[in-house]
Design a protein around this ligand. Structure first.
Ligand SMILES: [Mn+2]
Length: 160
C-alpha cells in the first residue's frame, strides 16, 4: 500500500493530478469512484478506498450496470485519497494523457476482502448493489487481470 508507483509515473510540475493524499477523513463512508478516462484508449478507472489508499482497476469497457455482464478489470497502481475528486486534462506526453471525468461516485461497503477477491456493496448513482472483483489466475503471479461484475442481490445480505 504505497504511492511510490503512482508518484514515479507522474511529473507533478506538468499534471494537475494530486501529489499527496488529502488529509481530512470523509465521514460518510469509504470512497467509491469511477473515472471515465479518454486516454489513448478509452477506459473506466474504478477506485475503492482501502487501507488509506484508492485501490484501482482500469476497466476497458463500460462498467456493468446490471447482472450478467462480466468486465475485465486490470489492476493499476494505488492512487491517493482525494483522487476521487480529480477531473481534468492530463497533458500530452504525460502518463495517462487525456481527459478524466467522474463517471460515477459514492461510497462502498466491503463485504468480503481477500487478496484475490473483493465483494462490495456499491452505493453510487449509476452502480448500485453488490459487486464482485475476482482475480484471474494467470501463469505469471504478477498478472493483474481481474473480472468485475454485479452479483444477484440476494446472494449477499449486508446489515445496512
Ligand atoms: Mn486511467
Amino acid at each position: 500500500m504505497s504511492l511510490k508507483e503512482y508518484k514515479e509515473k507522474r511529473n507533478f510540475s506538468k499534471t494537475a493530478e494530486p501529489i499527496e493524499p488529502r488529509l481530512q477523513k470523509k465521514s460518510d463512508g469509504l470512497v467509491y469512484v469511477i473515472q471515465r478516462h479518454q486516454a489513448s484508449h478509452l477506459h473506466y478507472d474504478l477506485r475503492l478506498e482501502e487501507g488509506g489508499v484508492l485501490k484501482s482497476w482500469a476497466v476497458p469497457k463500460e462498467p456493468p450496470l446490471k447482472e450478467g455482464i462480466k468486465r475485465l478489470a486490470i489492476q493499476t497502481e494505488d492512487h491517493p485519497l482525494g483522487y476521487e475528486d480529480f477531473e481534468g486534462i492530463i497533458p500530452e506526453g504525460q502518463y495517462g494523457a487525456g481527459k478524466v471525468e467522474i463517471w460515477d461516485k459514492g461510497i462502498h461497503i466491503p463485504l468480503e476482502v481477500t487478496h484475490e477477491k473483493r465483494i462490495v456493496e456499491i452505493k453510487g448513482k449509476k452502480l448500485q448493489g453488490k459487486y464482485c472483483l475476482i482475480k484471474l489466475k494467470g501463469k505469471d503471479p504478477d498478472d493483474k487481470n481481474w473480472l468485475f461484475f454485479k452479483l444477484k442481490n440476494k446472494k449477499y445480505i449486508s446489515n445496512t
